[in-house]
Design a protein around this ligand. Structure first.
Ligand code: BTN
Length: 256
C-alpha cells in the first residue's frame, strides 16, 4: 500500500513512516517518542500488525485492508492542558465519526470511551497513550476496519465487529480516509484545546449507549444503570439505584 505517497501536502504532519508489517504502530510510536528531535506531529502507519493492542490487555485483530496508524502529537503545540488529555480519546472518536458519516450511510456512533460503531458493531478502536519519556507527547492509535471483511475473522469477532466494506459492499479509498481522519483530528484537537462546547455536544449526540442499560466494571465496583449519555468532561453518566453516577474509566461489560 503506497499510502504515504498519497498524503496531501496540506496535512499537518511533519514526519511519517510506513511499514508493511510491524508489531504495533503504538509500540513503534512510543519508541520514537524517546527521540527529543523527532519532528511532530508524526505518523506511524502499517498494513499489518502482529501484536496490535487495545485497551487493557485486549488485542486488536486485523487483516489486510484495515487502516492501522498512530499519530504522535505534542500537547504543548496544541496548548492542550493535561486536564483535557482524558478527553482526547473521545475527541478522536468524534473525528472518526465525522469522516465515516460522510462516506457511509450506515449509522455511525461513539461507544464510550474509545470505540466507533457502525450499525451497532465495532468498526474502529482508539488507543491513546502517554509515553513515560518526553512528557507532553501523546500517542493516538487508531484501528479502522475499512476493506477487511469480518467474514474471515475469528467467529467470536464476527458478531461484534464490522468493517466499512462489510456494511456497504463497496471498496473504500484508504488514502483518502487516512488523510481525512488525520486532518479532522488536527481540527478537533484544536477545538479541544480551546474548550469548544461543540465537541461535548457531538460526543453526547453520538453516544450509542444513551438510554440503554449498561453494566460497567471499574477497579472498585461493578455497576449497572441507565446511561444518560456522556458528560461535558467526558465522564459516562449512569442513572443507578443511588442516583446519577459519573465514571471516568472502566470497561462496559454488558449493554441491554
Ligand atoms: C481498543 O479497541 O481498545 C483500541 C484499539 C486500538 C487499535 C489501534 S490499531 C493502531 C494502533 N496500534 C495498536 O497496537 N493499537 C492501535
Amino acid at each position: 500500500m503506497q499510502l504515504l505517497n498519497h498524503l496531501p501536502s496540506d496535512i499537518f504532519l511533519r514526519g511519517a513512516e510506513h511499514h508493511a508489517e510491524i508489531n504495533s504502530t503504538n509500540d513503534r510510536a512510543l519508541e520514537l517518542c524517546r527521540d527529543p528531535k523527532l519532528p511532530v506531529p508524526y505518523l506511524v502507519l502499517a498494513d499489518q500488525q502482529t501484536s496490535g493492542r487495545g485497551r487493557g490487555a485486549n488485542r486488536w485483530w486485523s487483516s489486510d485492508g484495515a487502516l492501522l496508524f498512530s499519530v504522535i502529537v505534542d500537547a504543548a503545540e496544541y496548548e492542550l492542558p493535561e486536564s483535557r488529555w482524558p478527553q482526547i480519546s473521545l475527541t478522536a472518536g468524534v473525528s472518526v465519526c465525522e469522516v465515516l458519516g460522510k462516506v457511509s450511510s450506515a449509522t455511525v456512533g461513539l461507544k464510550w470511551p474509545n470505540d466507533i460503531w457502525l450499525n451497532d458493531r465495532k468498526v474502529c478502536g482508539i488507543l491513546v497513550e502517554v509515553p513515560p519519556v518526553q512528557r507532553g507527547r501523546l500517542v493516538i492509535g487508531i484501528g479502522l476496519n475499512v476493506n477487511n471483511s469480518f467474514a474471515s475473522a475469528p467467529p467470536e469477532l464476527q458478531t461484534i465487529a464490522t468493517s466499512l466494506c462489510d456494511e456497504s459492499g463497496a471498496v473504500f479509498d484508504r488514502n483518502k480516509l487516512l488523510s481525512d481522519v488525520v486532518r479532522q483530528l488536527d481540527f478537533d484537537l484544536c477545538r479541544l484545546a480551546v474548550n469548544d462546547p461543540s465537541l461535548p455536544v457531538l460526543w453526547q449526540s453520538q453516544c450509542v449507549l444513551r438510554e440503554r442499560i449498561v453494566s460497567l466494571e471499574t477497579s472498585q465496583q461493578f455497576v449497572t444503570g441507565c446511561c444518560l449519555g456522556i458528560a461535558d468532561d467526558g465522564a459516562l453518566r449512569l442513572q443507578t439505584h443511588s442516583g446519577e453516577q459519573r465514571f471516568y474509566g472502566g470497561v462496559v461489560r454488558r449493554i441491554e
